[in-house]
Design a protein around this ligand. Sequence first.
Ligand SMILES: NC(=O)C1=CN([C@@H]2O[C@H](COP(=O)(O)OP(=O)(O)OC[C@H]3O[C@@H](n4cnc5c(N)ncnc54)[C@H](O)[C@@H]3O)[C@@H](O)[C@H]2O)C=CC1
Length: 484
Amino acid sequence: MTYQPQASHFVNGQYVDDADGDKIEVIYPHTGEVIATLHAATPAIIDAALDSANAAQKAWAALSGTERGRVLRRAADLMRDRNRELSELETMNTGKPLSETLIADPASGADALEYFGGLAGTLTGEHIPVAGGDFVYTRREALGVCVGIGAWNYPIQIASWKAAPALACGNALVFKPSEVTPLTALKLAEIFKEAGAPDGLFNVVQGAGPVGGALVTDPRVDKVSLTGSVPTGRKVYAAAADGIRHVTMELGGKSPIVVFDDAHLDNAVAAAINGNFYSTGQICSNGTRVFVQDGLYDKFVARVAERMADAKIGDPMNEATTIGPMVSARQRDIVENYIRIGQNEGARLVKGGKVIEGNGFYIEPTLFADVTDEMTIAREEIFGPVMSVLRFSDEDEAIRRANATEFGLAAGVFTADLTRAHRVAAAFEAGTCYINAYNLTPVEAPFGGMKVSGVGRENSKAAIEHYSQLKTVYVGMNDVEAPF
Ligand SMILES: NC(=O)C1=CN([C@@H]2O[C@H](COP(=O)(O)OP(=O)(O)OC[C@H]3O[C@@H](n4cnc5c(N)ncnc54)[C@H](O)[C@@H]3O)[C@@H](O)[C@H]2O)C=CC1
């Protein structure tokens, strides 16, 4: 089975390659087979991408917002028309079950293109009256050339979540997918071209850290938006600082879900299952520390274990499958190691915990109970299907422990007590909080992290602030006076 694209990169409206670039092998996680071989971008490819983005951006920004929005909305339609093809490719690329990609990945990308396409025509400055009849107006202007750098867990969604607001605001984008999952961003580039985007407006260049590093420090670049881990975030943020570039950082998490005694048991259990095992646990906002109050604790653990027995692990192309392989052998090994550490540190392994032998990168969804705050599995982001359940007694304790982390991406609370729900949500130190729900990310709502989990927001009107800048124009309506 192969999925070899026409070439590695999409620059200035066409596929291009340069065989001098380091080889990137794309692996189907279900079988371990190489399905495509690409090259990392050489300096010449990076240069061409940035030059073409620079050249395309000014004319694009000069269009009306409505005209720009039309291109984005056409792209959204094309993406929906190709949902199955794109979902299959995303499944080949990531190993995520088709039952997920068919409803979640290109669909979420299309939502972003449609939403920001609609918003493009509404972007304006404001008129501000000041003393003596003078006035000020503001112009909302594009930043220029943006660079997007993606993680491997939601490749087409991440590319779309960055491209949609960037292009709506009149910017051009050079996107570098994760070297692990380079394929679907190229399809997005084809879609933009077909939808009428000018050549050079959206470019895809492949490569690992060094290519990302070269993009982030290039003087032609005005903004960098990264989705990735905290260590990479620190490097990219620091590199962008040299040029005082704008940044959006969507980084990792170790998010809490707090379940009180009065919670609806099955809703809380279902949310914890989704928030730990969807995408085989490879989701930044997963609620991997599940705090459950004394009175419900045993029932909760038993019910999660019971429902886990219904997980269908296997071929991700089979639409009945609900748990696919990990994205890579490396990620599977990382998760296996954390499971071992959890056992060594005294967490109670209730279910799962084993690598599934074979060529694919499978590991069982895993449930740990009696986890304590000091354990490594309760402190570090695992990025795999490992749920840790921790016991708590009262609300203050739950909030204190939920917040006792450097991360602050998401947090959830399950309770039937209305005032407590809002009190706890207000007390969470996290950018995206949920009451009696978890891990839903509609495009209309801001998404992003507090503390080390990030800077800036994606989705919603809030993203516009991060892809545009205000210019203030003061208009004098009176004679200019001077002291001499
Ligand atoms: N907050 C959010 O929205 C999300 C965050 N993530 C986070 O992403 C991580 C998993 O994804 P990975 O791909 O393993 O993350 P990673 O941090 O290893 O890589 C992310 C991207 O950065 C690039 N990169 C690496 N070093 C770089 C450098 N020095 N300069 C520029 N670019 C560089 C990589 O090639 C890749 O494209 C997890 O920590 C997860 O929590 C994942 C999805 C969503």
